[in-house]
Design a protein around this ligand. Structure first.
Ligand SMILES: [Zn+2]
Length: 409
């Protein structure tokens, strides 16, 4: 009798339980594998635009697999760059790796707003202009567009690629073709270099080039430049300065009680990049701390503005952006210190292109005398001494450079 019970127990209870457990184990293995991006190799590389492209994941398969569609597309692009432009293996590896970073080399990649499209995420209208125009959503058409631009409007890319190693080829393409600053964390330099090294191996790009002498002006790069989508692929590190602007800048309004042009109290700091227009990289505004986008709104004073709730509990306000679209992050997005979030402009109460920067340690309130409001000169460790004559008070001063690290307040 006891034995019968044991057999019954084994068949009716333990076996089903074991089967369920094995099933669950498999399920979790699949989930973990999906989360890890399929293989540990790929998980190190961030493919910004792929997650929300209309076409879904890349055009097909692992780019390292010579039978995959993605591999064939990259090979076709490599051959064209070699035959038509005489690019070196390093030049080509850089272009392909950036294509992977931008879109997983997917010619159908398109960000949700439709503002950027294709393998190298060209501007397709909106704030970054329209370079894409009537280009087709296929590899051939897009490589042709790239070659046409590399021979004309973006020839500076090739000028800087001549005799360049992998690192400098990546920089040349990012700066002169994509229109991103060399120091921009969106470039994900370390990861992109690792990808490019792998691309070079896989596609055997070991040849030197003979780029013809092309001279071009890339005056249109900043306006028309393909953009990275920071929402999809936040940079691991921020600007080194932690200031809301980069490069040469002036502080054109101070805190507190600095009487602005309108004679009204001014409870923020105005940063103006030297030469900033309402579009292009020079007008970029960067997050000063890690946090999350709290609101993106318009008000009569601050114009188009974005408020970030920082991880330290404080709130920062960036005002006067030219348009809602020029604020390149959305409510709820996680942002990192140094991430490009907006542009300088002059909507609301503003004279001249700049960003109005406010900090509140307690709550998202930025009107003069709001409880919790503090000075940018106190909050930002790298505001130059000349602009902070006494504690809590900042005054118009400049120009300064965010590259200079010595003149701390
Ligand atoms: Zn202001």
């Amino acid at each position: 009798m006891k034995k019968a019970i044991t057999v019954w127990f084994w068949v009716k209870i333990l076996v089903p339980i074991l089967l369920v457990l094995i099933g669950l184990l498999f399920f979790f293995l699949v989930v973990i594998n999906l989360l890890a991006g399929g293989s540990s190799d790929d998980s190190q590389v961030c493919y910004p635009s792929n997650n929300d492209t209309s076409a879904g994941a890349g055009i097909g398969g692992d780019w390292k697999d010579s039978k995959s569609k993605t591999h064939k597309a990259m090979q076709a692009a490599a051959d064209k760059f070699k035959n038509e432009l005489h690019m070196s293996g390093d030049n080509i590896a850089a272009a392909l790796a950036i294509g992977l970073r931008e879109s997983q080399f997917n010619p159908k990649a398109e960000n949700p707003s439709g503002q950027v499209k294709g393998i190298w995420q060209w501007g397709a209208g909106g704030v970054n202009g329209n370079r894409y125009k009537d280009t087709q959503d296929n590899v051939d058409s897009q490589v042709n567009l790239a070659i046409k631009e590399l021979k004309s409007s973006h020839a500076a890319t090739l000028t800087h690629m001549r005799n360049a190693d992998l690192t400098h080829s990546l920089e040349a393409w990012d700066v002169h073709f994509e229109g991103v600053a060399a120091s921009d964390p969106q470039r994900k330099s370390t990861q992109t270099l690792a990808t490019a090294q792998r691309v070079k191996q896989v596609f055997k790009l070991d040849f030197s080039g003979s780029l013809t002498d092309l001279t071009g002006d890339d005056a249109t790069t900043a306006q028309g430049g393909a953009t990275l989508n920071p929402n999809n692929c936040p940079p691991a590190t921020g600007t080194s300065s932690g200031l809301p602007v980069k490069g040469q800048y002036n502080i054109t309004g101070g805190y507190p009680n600095y009487q602005g042009a309108g004679g009204s109290p001014h409870y923020g700091m105005d940063f103006q990049t030297v030469g900033a227009k309402e579009n292009g990289d020079a007008s970029n505004v960067y997050a000063v701390a890690d946090g999350k986008v709290y609101t993106k709104a318009f008000d009569a004073t601050g114009g188009n503005n974005v408020i970030i709730k920082n991880n330290d509990g404080s709130y920062t306000y960036y005002g006067h952006a030219p348009s809602q679209e020029s604020i390149v992050v959305n409510k709820g997005d996680t942002v990192h210190k140094g991430q490009h979030i907006s542009h300088q402009g002059q909507t609301g109460l503003a004279t001249g292109v700049h960003v109005h920067f406010g900090v509140n340690k307690k709550k998202p309130a930025f009107a003069p005398q709001s409880d919790g409001l503090v000075s940018g000169g106190d909050y930002l460790s790298k505001v130059p001494r000349k602009a902070v004559p006494e504690k809590g008070q900042t005054i118009p001063a400049g120009p300064f450079s965010t590259d200079q690290d010595k003149d701390k307040k």
